[in-house]
Design a protein around this ligand. Structure first.
Ligand SMILES: [Zn+2]
Length: 398
């Protein structure tokens, strides 16, 4: 009955009733009658509408207490497709998924965000169409597109806002451009938010208060509170990279300020610092490799970076009281040294009540977190109460 409590007032439309199937639960007609308080005939009519849309299908029979066993219904996510894109600074990942973020086909390749929106988005369309064909499905099966970009995005319009590392993308109508070529609604968010969504949906669906921290070239956070992604007023919530930290007063950040967390503890800062040592690293991979083979200079630098990130996270813990902090991004692959530095400071600097149930762990989803999150974000739109009601209305009108 846990689901019933989530839905007060009780569901009365097909779109709302469908939400009872979202978590993969199966239901009989009798269960739906109990859960919604609606009559059997109303339930039958709503099941019929959802079945016509292909969103719900028969899933066998329940155990019978005598007589004919009742039919069981379930969500059928394969009915439509989502195109999920994780566009990074130097790479892109793209996948075709069903409506439950199950990957049907995927592709990864180097991609330079600096090549500008025309080239990058054209390539996404080209690869996306090929993947849909590879999955053996027509383009008309595409229900929505979700894309994460490596900069600030106004989620309501899907347009990047003054993105520092991708100036050509400022205010570009990404949903308009992709939507016209793929003939589907397009949802856009920043890369860290989609990673948080993906990690939450796939690895920790039962954790309601989670911070996802991406530590790569830069540092950012995705905030899940009460089970929902929180973007803030203009989508800038979680932009931790430019919070000032002690001891960094001399370090100029790429944002123009001094002493930002990112200038001291990001992957970029580590590459700069370790590049001046005998290690002569040139990119993030080199840093990760050096730590993994047990190099003491690299390990100690990464642990120090962890401590500095921990200082900022301790404040976040006081503010949000999360039960889980997930560390993702390339630097998370450096493993225990980073995590040890973060844990050391967070547990020391936070009040016991806030850390009593706090876990700090590295990402379970790894480089796929963004793909999953882009898919979840897009499917969320397609499967919302309003979207389903609208689909039913247009199906009955035609
Ligand atoms: Zn900065």
């Amino acid at each position: 009955m846990a689901e019933a409590q989530k839905f007060a007032p009780k569901p009365n439309g097909a779109g709302e009733m469908f939400q009872l199937f979202r978590d993969g639960e199966t239901h009989t007609r009798a269960e739906l009658t109990t859960l919604t308080g609606q009559s059997r005939s109303t339930i039958a009519a709503r099941l019929e509408m959802l079945t016509t849309l292909g969103l719900i299908g028969p899933a066998g029979e329940a155990n019978s207490t005598g007589g004919r066993p009742p039919a069981v219904f379930a969500f059928t996510p394969a009915v439509k497709l989502v195109l999920a894109i994780d566009q990074g600074v130097t790479h892109m990942g793209i996948a075709v998924t069903d409506l439950a973020a199950n990957v049907l086909a995927e592709h990864y390749e180097p991609s330079d965000i600096g090549a500008g929106p025309d080239r990058v988005l054209s390539r996404i369309v080209e690869v996306g169409k090929k993947l849909i064909a590879d999955a053996g499905r027509p383009l008309t099966d595409l229900a929505a597109v979700g894309i994460g970009l490596p900069g600030p995005v106004d989620h309501s319009t899907g347009r990047p806002i003054n993105p520092p590392i991708m100036p050509d993308w400022d205010d570009v109508d990404v949903p308009g451009i992709l939507g016209e070529k793929l003939n589907a609604p397009v949802l856009v968010d920043n890369d860290v938010n989609i990673m948080a969504l993906g990690e939450h949906a796939k690895a920790y669906p039962d954790v309601d208060n989670l911070l996802f921290i991406k530590i790569a070239t830069g540092i950012g956070a995705g905030v899940i509170m009460d089970g929902e992604l929180r973007r803030g007023a203009r989508g800038a919530a979680g932009d931790l990279g430019h919070v000032a930290v002690l001891g960094g007063e001399e370090r100029l950040c790429r944002c123009g300020n001094y002493g930002c967390l990112e200038a001291l503890a990001s992957g970029m800062a580590l590459v700069d610092d370790l590049g001046k040592t005998d290690l002569a690293v040139t990119d993030l991979r080199d840093v990760v490799e050096a730590v993994r083979r047990g190099d003491l200079t690299a390990s100690s630098a990464v642990r120090d970076a962890g401590r500095q990130i921990g200082e900022v996270l301790a404040t976040c813990v006081s503010l949000f009281n999360p039960t889980l902090i997930v560390i993702g991004g390339i630097m998370s692959e450096a493993g225990n040294h980073l995590l040890a530095g973060i844990r050391e400071v967070v547990y020391r600097r936070s009040l016991p009540l806030a850390t009593q149930q706090l876990r700090i762990a590295t990402t379970e989803m790894g480089s796929r977190a963004g793909i999953y999150g882009a898919s979840v974000m897009a499917a969320e739109q397609v499967l919302s109460v309003n979207a389903i009601e609208a689909a039913i209305n247009s199906a009955t009108a035609s």
